[in-house]
Design a binder for this molecule. Sequence first.
Ligand SMILES: [Fe+2]
Length: 296
Amino acid sequence: MTSSPVQHVYDDSDLITQEVLKRYEDTPDPRLRELMQSFIRHMHSFVREVKLTPDEWLAAMNLLQETGKWCGPGRNEFIIFSDAMGISMLTITQDYQRPAGATEPTLIGPFMLENAPQFEMGTDISAGAQGSPMFAHGRVLDQAGQPVAHAVLDVWHSDDRGLYDVQEDLETKGPWARAQLRTGADGRYSFWSVLPVDYPVPHDGTAVTMLRATTGRNWRPAHLHFRIQAEGQKPLVTHIFDRQSKYLDEDAVFGVRPSLIGDFVRHEAGQAPDGRAMTQPFYTLDYDFVMVPPKA
Ligand SMILES: [Fe+2]
């Protein structure tokens, strides 16, 4: 009688882990090999630690499938899961020790769109978004305090319902409260839009279901998103948060940093900083960004 060449015995759960890790030894790219083997080791430990049942495993697979259905241009539901479990902020925090004075990065969030509409500096980017008028301005500086010319700023934020353009029909309504601006030689930026407000994690996806069943905290403090890119500088992805928000200490996605809290100052009708005559109350934000060179 010939014995089968297959010798695997999985009664002892350690054996399957060893066999799987051995198989992934063949991964040609060393970094991918490291990532995969470590991930497998940790996932196997997790399954053992919690004694994951086949039903729980299937529920997780179904959740991933359902989560994929909530992804499309301008919305990545998986990013909300990563954000809500602190993984996004952990990668950002350990990526680069920023020098003192440099603007801190924070997570990019699920609603970033490439190729945002371009606007002239100082113009209104709201494109029909509803809310209180807001004028944001400041400078983009380098580490030496010099203006960064030709910096490209992507800005995106919610309206006064707490919604982003991508949560509506982007095809028919087009983008709003979303822009790309370019600084001149003085490094200054400015734009009009509407005041962002606190908003909940999207109520229609899978991440919010997880949050409701766990932390119960599914709100984000009001903020503007920025991505700033300039030659010779490390790209900066960050938010500026509204100091008035009651959710600064319980951001659903752990993105708040004290240095990123700004003052959205309310003004009665009158002249705005850019000389515009306002017939209704408006808000201003004055915030400077400090970029740093890329990692050596
Ligand atoms: Fe946001």
